[in-house]
Design a protein around this ligand. Structure first.
Ligand code: AMP
Length: 299
């Protein structure tokens, strides 16, 4: 059985930042989040890739202990092109090609259906709903999304939000979805839809967590070399849910710890393009930076 079911894009990305440019490299929300979750537990990915998708990318996930039996091969791969300006907190999309995701109807392998943790990473909200419906009795469900789906599938997206325990969003997406410049107001509106927690990611500056009666913020790690932040939000989410699944403790103090693990893995991810940094990362590196976070937070 897998510990965490993750659905989301598995993609070929072309990205430009002030520090370099790459074309058709491994990317996608489910890729980053499952790889990051694999440092803590055993994730299983539900997605579709095209016949043009290099086999070596799936081998990389497998090598990290990700169960890829829920990844179908059909038609064309999801491709995303984007760039970042000097302020690298917000990705600007140049093009999104959904490829086979446009017609993808997920069917979960049997060993995914009993998973107790589910992460609906960034993808069409109809696919997110479909996956959620196939997991029998999840203990914790979490979702992410982005401006593309807020703009194109708002109603379906609101439906998914009403069904999950934790909603993750970027700050700009929270403002867009809840039509307010104020993140506290946006979080309040999000909580009214149903989730128990709302976590608003603020790029290199960390993340804010709101529940009905509490508030926490996880700082970003002061990384000196940020070459490409693509996938850091997904890495944050993957590490967070991977840690929760490994400890099987969904109390608020443990969610706070999980957010720090999320910030740690996200900060490493931004140090290089694609999964280059995550590939060489060890659990020991993660623990060392986690300890530094404890020092940063103390006053
Ligand atoms: P982030 O963690 O927000 O930087 O996520 C970046 C990843 O999201 C990239 O690797 C893209 O392939 C993927 N992506 C971009 N647009 C979409 C979309 N509309 N739906 C799903 N995934 C996307």
């Amino acid at each position: 059985m897998v510990d965490v079911v993750i659905v989301g894009s598995v993609a070929l990305d072309s990205v430009q930042t002030p520090f370099g440019k790459v074309e058709d490299v491994l990317g996608g929300a489910a890729t980053y989040s499952s790889f990051s979750a694999s440092f803590f537990s055993r994730p299983g990915v539900v997605a579709v890739v095209g016949k043009d998708f290099p086999e070596k990318h799936l081998d990389l996930l497998k090598g990290a202990g990700v169960d890829v039996s829920g990844i179908k091969v059909d038609g064309l791969s999801f491709r995303w092109k984007g760039f970042y300006e000097y302020d690298m907190n917000e990705a600007k999309t140049l093009s999104t090609e959904l490829g086979s995701f446009q017609t993808f109807r997920p069917v979960l392998p049997d060993n995914f259906r009993k998973s107790r943790y589910v992460f609906l990473a960034n993808i069409d909200p109809e696919i997110q709903l479909d996956v959620l419906g196939q997991v029998e009795n999840p203990r914790l469900t979490m979702m992410d999304t982005m401006n593309f789906w807020i703009g194109n599938k708002r109603e379906k997206l609101l439906k998914v939000i009403s069904k999950v325990n934790i909603l993750l969003l970027n700050d700009s997406e929270a403002r867009q979805l809840f039509d307010t410049p104020n993140l506290v107001v946006a979080a309040g509106k999000a909580l009214k839809l149903g989730p128990r927690y709302v976590i608003i990611k603020k790029g290199e500056h960390g993340a804010l967590m709101f529940s009905g009666n509490s508030h926490f913020n996880a700082p970003g790690y002061p990384v000196e070399v940020i070459r490409d932040p693509t996938g850091s939000g997904d890495s944050f989410a993957g590490a967070l849910i991977g840690y929760l699944a490994a400890t099987d403790d969904i109390s608020e103090p443990n969610i706070r710890k999980a957010m720090i693990y999320g910030s740690v893995v996200a900060s490493f991810n931004a140090e290089d393009f694609s999964l280059e940094r995550l590939k060489t990362l060890s659990r020991n590196d993660i623990e060392e930076r986690y300890k530094e976070f404890e020092k940063i937070r103390r006053f």
